[in-house]
Design a protein around this ligand. Sequence first.
Ligand code: NAD
Length: 541
Amino acid sequence: MALTIRLARNVQSFDRFTRLLCMRTMSSKSFLIDQPRYAFLKDLGLESHNKGVYNGKWFANGEMTQSISPATGEVIAEVAQGSVEDYNTCVVEARKAWSTWADIPAPKRGEIVRQIGVALREKLEPLGKLVSMEMGKILPEGVGEVQEYVDICDYAVGLSRMFEGKVIPSERPNHTLLEMWNPLGTIGIISAFNFPVAVYGWNNALSMICGNTMVWKGAPSTPLCSIATTKIVAQVLEKNNLPGAICSLVCGGADVGSAMANDPRLPLLSFTGSTRVGKQVAVAVQSRFGRNLLELGGNNAILVDESASVDLVVRAALFACAGTAGQRCTTTRRLILHEKVYESVLAGLIKAYEQLLPKMGDPLEAGVLLGPLHNKVAVDSFSATVKEAVALGGQVAFGGQVMTDRPGFFVQPTIITGLKPNASVVMNECFAPILYVLKCNDMDEAIAINNSVDQGLSSSMFTQNLGQIFKWLGPKGSDCGIVNINIPTSGAEIGGAFGGEKHTGGGRESGSDSWKQYMRRSTCTINYGQDLPLAQGIKFE
Ligand code: NAD
């Protein structure tokens, strides 16, 4: 105190003192990134303070935010977000870059995507670790998520030589009908926290070979994943003397997201997130006649027939219900059991959950199978949902508690029985490991329960009965986008089109013909003769 007063008498010394004080305060702010254990973060080009906007150069004029480790609640590093003005700058640059990118033949664009796949392979482990650390999923799943991006790059490279239009027979002599596919221009991608790398990868790899440039906004709570991924992609673009703005990034929140939804310069907005936000985005995009690609919430069910293998069901359900701490859009939230196998499956699952509990811990550690929820909001939502389920007459058959014996955002995987299929909690998605176990008399009733919710993402039936299988796959079967037999609801492969019906939004990403969502189709009629016959035999003479 005495020292402070003496220094204050001398303005010059006072300035020096305050500078020193500031420096000490800054250096005392220590982040996880500074600890040797997390040195892999620096291998990804991340620092204590990061700029969250890229359009060929890195900058940011928005709010400074902190990325928090869900396992400990500590700060990993800081990120300056982009402002709406920064976003505008990115769209301008991405549109300029389109002019170059669209002129490059598709197989040559595929070559750039191939190089991105190679660059991702080189960073598979550190980037997978970052996914695990920042999102909270266990390390094999973090690495698996990056692998998914690598896989879709490989897929897109092949596709860049194969996606095709059609030649259609014309009814008029000396005429040919062609179907041409062209890029859309600059598209927007908004993604959710739970797949902070793979969802961008699906969109990015396909959209690139299709000839679009893009502006990406990841979730505000996983900015380091967005920055590290963009650094890998940017390095490939820069090495090939291409504009970095082909793959622009704006770290930001709802303000930037809303600007994207309302921006007529983005002909397509690919949105992955909750049904609540997706609905606002969809209305905004539709009102300007833009195109939506919506990947929204799920309320996925496993149906178990009396002929099913109980052992297979229990193993599948354990991963699908409790894995990723219930934070996959395809997590199983409803287990609909035939009355003849109800007791045996439930008993087996409770036993499996008991064995899982000791394997809860830091998702980066080997042997851990159960990580934390992503943040405090998710923990509160878990507690409120369990409370509501009990108030509605549900019984907690396993779990139900928040783990207060450790830092971070851990909860017990939870099984609730005794609720009606139409109870409010059962009808809604709570993004946490809560499973509702329901009883049915036969598979017709189970299918009706499966289809009774608003969402329509993933669904699985366990049965050995051929008749049930084809009923499940047919017009009176599951109304979801993903319809499985004898495998869980989660863990989709990239080769198929991924997405769901109803309030899940109707979008399809990744494999099959999902690439069509990133292009516009023109039907072209060419007359190579000298006459002018009209279609349908119409005479106008
Ligand atoms: P969320 O809806 O809270 O956020 C998703 C994204 O939307 C974030 O980037 C967020 O910043 C942005 N956003 C928020 N307000 C916005 C606004 N007004 N306009 C535009 N953008 C806005 O979702 P979340 O909590 O990050 O993710 C979990 C949800 O995502 C779950 O419902 C899950 O089922 C769903 N999800 C679906 C899929 C799928 O493929 N169907 C995949 C992953 C996650």
